[in-house]
Write a protein that binds this ligand. Structure first.
Ligand SMILES: Cc1cc2nc3c(=O)[nH]c(=O)nc-3n(C[C@H](O)[C@H](O)[C@H](O)COP(=O)(O)OP(=O)(O)OC[C@H]3O[C@@H](n4cnc5c(N)ncnc54)[C@H](O)[C@@H]3O)c2cc1C
Length: 429
């Protein structure tokens, strides 16, 4: 392929940029990244960064007095300004990354939607490019479930929820996994009355039951109404623009109403537009690309990374797929990846146990999974010096940022006891 590229990376999200960086350092040759949307994908534009930014704003807004009788600290909320600041932050990050990837590394960019024409050629918005190797890193998009009446009512997904310039008086959040919890907390902290409905018997069912219980307690303590075991029946428009959701909750019919409805019901891989049949890449029944342990697809010159892989249900979580399978068996429920692992949530009780964190770190070091965002990269998020309310603290589970450097577990020989012990030690993220 004399006039072709050595490597084409489709998608500039977390997976695409990790792959590009690694490939550059390995001397992969002439490279181009193809992107159809805003540069740098979900994490920067409508995922980790903006959601952590809003969590930080909401947390400061909610806990400004921190329950101390003698402390009076005021705050007023201007969501228009908050969203403007969020957009500025995203623009700054976009520029910073662009300088590195396209400037320092000299990787080329081709804008447009990629579609395979043959195993070695792509159509990108009417232009054809050829390459020896490809990495598909096209990510995922919010999944809209099939629920009676849903197509006739206005609803938000994570995309719209991160752009709200007015805080709704009340919100029903569908989905009690990572994204649902994150948005429930953002909106509650900003002043919405939040009701959260989760189909499985507990929230974040992929985690240990104790963590689900602690999270549920913490959310309830913040005034969020959490209903688990809620099987959706129908969704309807109500008067004055409100929306209602009828569900069978633990077998009993219940109707919930709110000003807005927010779906956090999973994500679907962005593979439909790629015409993967033209290059011989196999997908599973949900459209996720099937890969082996080395992330190679059924076509030997094509690899896949990030959210569109069949084993990428829980990026950032060490045992994501195993846990997904366990969960399928235990609860007869499809494993749905919704985005942020609890490791990255700012929930009061948030954080995984040491083994999970170690595993997540190992996978991140291997470059298999998107990298979490250090709080210091998000304005305001690292400045919280105040303690959390006593009832919301869980010993050893405040994972980072709240009071200083992030803690991570480390194994070290304990000479006094003559064995290995786990301890937390400061770690600069
Ligand atoms: C609200 C929210 C909060 C989150 N918080 C966290 C968190 O705290 N920590 C964490 O680890 N993860 C978090 N996640 C998940 C994380 O954002 C994703 O796992 C990660 O961004 C996925 O990266 P990716 O590269 O696979 O896909 P993406 O970042 O989605 O990138 C895919 C890119 O491919 C492009 N593309 C798609 N199809 C084509 C095509 N045919 N041609 C050209 N380009 C194409 C898209 O435009 C996009 O830019 C969050 C997600 C959401 C939604």
């Amino acid at each position: 392929m004399p006039d072709g590229y050595d490597l084409v990376i489709i998608g500039t999200g977390a997976a695409g940029t990790s792959a590009a960086t690694r490939a550059h350092h390995l001397g992969a040759g002439r490279m181009v990244m193809v992107e159809q949307g805003p540069l740098w994908g979900t994490c920067v534009n409508n995922g980790c960064i903006p959601s952590k930014f809003l969590l930080a704003v909401g947390e400061i807004h909610r806990y400004r007095n921190y329950g101390h009788a003698g402390l009076r600290v005021g705050s007023s909320l201007d969501m228009h300004e908050v969203i403007r600041e969020k957009r500025d932050l995203i623009l700054r990050l976009r520029e910073r990354k662009a300088r590195r990837i396209f400037g320092e590394f000299g990787i080329e960019l081709m804008e447009g939607a990629a579609r395979f024409l043959t195993p070695h050629t792509l159509d990108v918005g009417g232009r054809t490019l050829s390459a020896r190797r490809f990495i598909i890193a096209t990510g995922s998009s919010p999944l809209v479930p099939a629920v009676d009446g849903l197509s006739g009512v206005p609803f938000l997904t994570s995309l719209g929820a991160l752009e709200l310039e007015e805080v709704p008086e009340s919100v029903i959040v569908l989905g009690g996994r990572s994204l649902g919890l994150e948005f429930a907390q953002i909106l509650a902290h900003l002043g919405s009355q939040v009701t959260l409905l989760q189909r499985s018997p507990r929230i974040i069912p992929g985690e240990e039951p104790e963590i689900s219980a602690a999270m549920e307690d913490a959310l309830a303590g913040e005034g969020i109404a959490v209903h688990t075991g809620a099987e959706l029946v129908r969704v309807r428009n109500e008067e004055a623009g409100a929306v209602s959701v009828t569900a069978r909750v633990k077998g009993k019919g219940e109707k919930f109403a709110a000003a807005r409805l927010l779906l956090a019901t999973g994500r679907a891989p962005n593979t439909g537009e790629l015409d993967l049949a033209a290059c011989g890449v196999a997908v599973d029944r949900k459209g996720a690309i099937i890969v082996d342990d080395t992330m190679q697809t059924s076509a030997p010159h094509i690899w896949a990374a990030g959210d569109r892989r069949a084993d990428a249900r829980a990026p950032g979580r060490g045992r994501g797929c195993d846990r997904g399978r366990e969960r399928d068996n235990r609860e007869g429920e499809a494993d749905r990846h919704e985005g942020p692992p609890p490791r990255d949530l700012h929930l009061p009780a948030g954080g995984l146990g040491g083994d999970d964190r170690e595993q997540g770190k190992n996978l991140r070091n291997r470059g298999d999974v998107p990298v979490g965002i250090p709080r210091r990269d998000i304005p305001g998020a690292h400045d919280r010096r105040f303690p959390r309310p006593r009832e919301n603290r869980r010993r050893g589970r405040d994972r980072d940022g709240a009071r200083g450097p992030r803690l991570r577990p480390a194994r070290r020989r304990d000479h006094r006891r003559g064995g290995a012990c786990r301890e937390a030690r400061p770690h600069r993220a």
